[in-house]
Write a protein that binds this ligand. Structure first.
Ligand code: MD6
Ligand code: FE
Length: 122
């Protein structure tokens, strides 16, 4: 991945208290209007001691963040262009998702939302 991406993810993780995060994967999701992401856990990585770093670009969205059980209370957080969310430690396996994307416009992405999630997959 571009070194600027890895550096951004490592610095965001450090600011959230996770030192020495060295991501080896970046998943890029593109959301069109009405697209959503159901509540899920990120469990495909081998090492849950590393956090997840999520960068939001484009149209704002409502990020859902719950607990480690599917039925735990879910918090709603508005994430805008440039916002970064980091979760790890006891929250690493927290359920999370995204509400259906509203119709909106961003100067750079038009109607789209782009999300990058950095992980240590291997
Ligand atoms: C988000 N994305 O778009 C959160 N999880 O704000 C995710 O939770 C996610 O984009 C697994 C794989 C790709 C993702
Ligand atoms: Fe996820």
């Amino acid at each position: 991945m571009p070194s600027a991406f890895a550096t951004l993810a490592a610095q965001a993780a450090a600011a959230a208290g996770f030192d020495s995060f060295t991501p080896d994967a970046c998943l890029i999701n593109r959301y069109v209007p009405s697209a959503k992401l159901s509540l899920h856990q990120d469990r495909d990585e081998r090492d849950y001691s590393a956090p997840i770093v999520s960068v939001s670009l484009g149209v704002p969205a409502i990020f859902l963040f719950g607990g480690t059980k599917r039925n735990d209370k879910v918090h709603r957080v508005r994430v805008e262009h440039g916002d970064v969310v980091v979760w790890g430690g006891p929250a690493r396996l927290s359920y999370h998702g995204v509400l259906p994307l509203a119709d909106a416009q961003n100067p750079l992405t038009g109607p789209l939302r782009i999300n990058l999630t950095f992980r240590k997959a291997l």
